[in-house]
Ligand binder design. Sequence first.
Ligand code: SF4
Ligand code: SF4
Length: 218
Amino acid sequence: MLGEGILKGLAETAKNFAGSFVSEERLTTVEYPEQRLPQIENTRDFPFLVYDGDDAMAGLRCVSCQICEKECPPKCIYITKSADKKPDYVGKAQFYPTRFDIDVSVCMSCQICVEVCPFEAIKMDTEFELSTEDRFGGLILDRHKLAKSNEYYHQIHPTEAAEVDARLAEEKAKVEAKAKAAAEAAAAKAAADAAAKGTADATAKAAESAAKSAEGQA
Ligand code: SF4
Ligand code: SF4
């Protein structure tokens, strides 16, 4: 029947409108900002930078590789690489960003920067109340504003953050096992060298003593 879909839609709306007076479940809206709906875990808006530990700048995971800057479709990431290096989570010396800005007035929340980051350093935030009267400068977020702790990441995306932690712990364990094996191999080589040197010294001493004794007999 012509218009049947419209009538069905209106009936549903009327049912919810009348039902909302007796059942909260039929309320489809809340009185924002006094009331807020709980965020679902997969919510995403703009990126943030993850840091470990207590010091946001020292603990930034970003190594300034600039892959995200190159891959960002609207080119709204601006990075300047440091001249020196600092240790990363496995203790390896890495560059870090002295400047890391994202212009969120341009960002289209595509998450490509997150997908391409090899260091689990950039993730999508759920914070959406970013409006400001300063339409240009006020929407360029620098590394200080972008830096958020791993604990915060766990709060907003618990499943994903737990997977990332497990992956990083596995990589760290592999690096530590490799370093331990290398140290053990070096120690074994040093012991073997020392033992070989000891044998050579003993042989030389024995030869010297035999020579002296032969001289005595002559
Ligand atoms: S979410 Fe997309 S548009 Fe926004 S900074 Fe990342 S790559 Fe660029
Ligand atoms: S956020 Fe990731 S991809 Fe972007 S510069 Fe830092 S380490 Fe590289």
